[in-house]
Design a protein around this ligand. Sequence first.
Ligand code: SF4
Length: 165
Amino acid sequence: MSSSMVRALFTALVAPAGPALPPVVSRSPLVLFHVDSGGCEACGLEVEALKTGGYGLAEAGVEFSASPRLADMLLVTGGCSRMMAPVIRAAWEAMPRPKGLIAVGACARDGGLFPQNYATLGGLENHASVDLFVPGCPPTPSEILGAVIAVTARARSGSTRDTAA
Ligand code: SF4
């Protein structure tokens, strides 16, 4: 049985019900690199579910890379601990241009339950130019994928920036 048949069978049997998401049409695949920067980790787990759970990631023309050098967008979860801040910046600097930054969840936006203190920067909001904030605590995998597709469409309309804040 071919891999596409296996995927189709898997989708038919176990794919979660939910709104159909429009496909990414002109650039395939769109590659994401994920950094979990510290929090309760639920947002990171939702991203992991998106990677593996039959939410239509491949059908939308989106995939994850283990290397930022291959990534188009940096997807950050968690409140940006001071220990992980250099990791976020290193990943960003390793990515080719043009590139985008997505903050997933309340903590990645403004710290959420983990406001700025000696251990955390309190989210990306005041430290980087973020292309899209995905609200939620945590957002669902479908909401995360929908946001990725939305920011991709916006980039195609000409508003993608290509420099870090
Ligand atoms: S936004 Fe909520 S679910 Fe996500 S890391 Fe923060 S506390 Fe956890």
